[in-house]
Every structure is written in C-alpha cells, then in structure tokens.
Design a protein around this ligand. Structure first.
Ligand code: C5P
Length: 237
C-alpha cells in the first residue's frame, strides 16, 4: 500500500444515510478523503456501505478490530477480503498464531490482499488502567513495542498506536512498518475519551504514516474546513 502520509476520517456514524450526507459535503474537493469504517457503521449498515463508499472513489480502512481464535479470524478475514478495502485490522493481543491465520485468510487466491495492521493498546487506555485493570504490569511503551514486534514477526504491515509512540515503533520495526495513529486533536480541542493524544502537525513530526481523525472533523460545524486543516498540518508541513 502507498505509505504517503494521509488523513483518514473516522466515519463513526450510526447509519448509511448519515454517512452519505457527511461525504456529500466533500463533493468537488480536490482530495478524496480516505475513510475509516468502524464497528458502529459496519454493524448498522453492513457490507453494502463498504461497496458504496468504494464506488464513490474513497480509499477504505475497515476497522473491525478482530480478536478471536485463529480459525475464526482466518475465516472472517477470508470473507472480508472479498470487500475491496485498502486496509483492515485486528487486536495484537490475540497473539501471533491469530495474526498469522488472519494474514492467510485475508490473502486472495491471486496473492493480493488489503494491508493488515494490528491494534497495540487502544489510545483510550492509560498505563494506570492497563496495569490495574488488565494486570499488565509493564510500562505501556514497552507493551506497545512488544505487540508491534509480534505483529511484524507475524508478517503484518503495521500497527495502530498512539501518535506519541510512532517514532519508537519505526525504530523497533523499521520505516516500512506502517503507523496508523488515532488520538488526534487540534491544538486547544476537546480530548473526549482519548488519553494518548497529539495534534496533526506533531504526529507528522513524530513520523506517523496515517492519522485517524474522528470527532475533530465529524463534529465540527464545518467538517470540510476541519479536514483541510488536518491535511494542511499533517501532509503539507
Ligand atoms: O473521534 P476520534 O478522533 O477520537 O476517533 C478515533 C477513531 O479511531 C475511533 O473510530 C476509534 O474507534 C479509533 N481508534 C482509536 N484508538 C485505537 C484504535 C482505533 O481511537 N487504538
């Protein structure tokens, strides 16, 4: 997949209608937004939403974060590979065998496949919660790097991580290993439930390949202007 820096809009809407109404605002924009379809929208609207957004010419990151036994994940990925998405993902916490099975399932008979990336630790998880609730008593950056190394060893293309961790992931796993980073807020913006966050400009500086931006664009009264601002800060330096 082309690793040129890009902004991915998290289309976290509850229906196809709301999503199309949102995307219609970008008609005529010189740059077609790369769209992330997450659980909310996929469970509400099904695979047809993926096909339609693809027909409209957008690149798609299908963010379903699979986490199950290897056989189930493999068979599910085989189904998802029939949707023409550009990127999809799973939880690295499912382990190496699950990630390898996923890759096998995702690969089409002709050898092609969407990019596959792994969620390390959610950007809404703080080190305190990880240690006290999940009983993972190592420092959070160490856990993220270890999950990233597992994903790389399993043959995956990259990870979802906090923008604050992107440089270290590249250092550990190489420059070709993709970092896709949610937890993005404009300077002075509302963090919401996100914990490990930064601005688009800072994410570019740290070395993210893709930023995932949801509410700072979707909840803005002028989402097109907010998207342009993210692109200007992240892609154009
Ligand atoms: O609205 P906001 O910008 O916080 O949206 C971030 C998006 O990225 C959401 O769709 C969320 O599910 C997703 N995400 C995340 N942290 C991860 C993986 C995905 O916030 N580690």
């Amino acid at each position: 997949m082309d690793m040129k820096r890009d902004v991915i809009i998290a289309c976290d809407f509850a229906s196809a209608e709301a999503t199309y109404a949102f995307l219609d605002k970008f008609e005529g924009e010189p740059r077609k937004p790369f769209c992330k379809i997450g659980m909310e929208l996929y469970y509400a609207a099904g695979p047809e939403i993926v096909r339609e957004i693809k027909r409209r010419g957008h690149k798609i990151f299908l963010d379903l974060k699979l986490h199950d036994i290897p056989n189930t994940v493999k068979k599910t990925m085989a189904v998802l590979s029939q949707l023409d998405v550009d990127m999809t993902n799973l939880h690295a916490a499912g382990g190496r065998a699950m990630m390898e099975a996923a890759l096998e399932g995702l690969t089409r008979p002709d050898g092609t496949r969407p990019a596959l990336i792994a969620v390390t630790q959610l950007t809404s998880t703080s080190e305190e919660v990880m240690q006290k609730e999940l009983l993972i008593d190592r420092p959070l950056p160490e856990v993220v790097m270890s999950y990233a190394a597992n994903a790389k060893a399993a043959g995956l293309d990259g990870v979802v991580c906090s923008p604050l961790e992107a440089a270290k992931v590249h250092e550990t796993c190489g420059d070709d290993f993709m970092t896709v980073t949610p937890g993005i807020r404009f300077a002075g913006g509302d963090a919401g439930d996100q914990k490990r966050i930064t601005t688009p400009a800072k994410a570019a500086e740290i070395g993210s390949n893709f930023i995932v931006v949801g509410r700072p664009i979707t909840a803005d009264p002028d989402p097109v202007a907010a998207y342009r601002r993210a692109v200007a800060e992240f892609c154009e330096e």
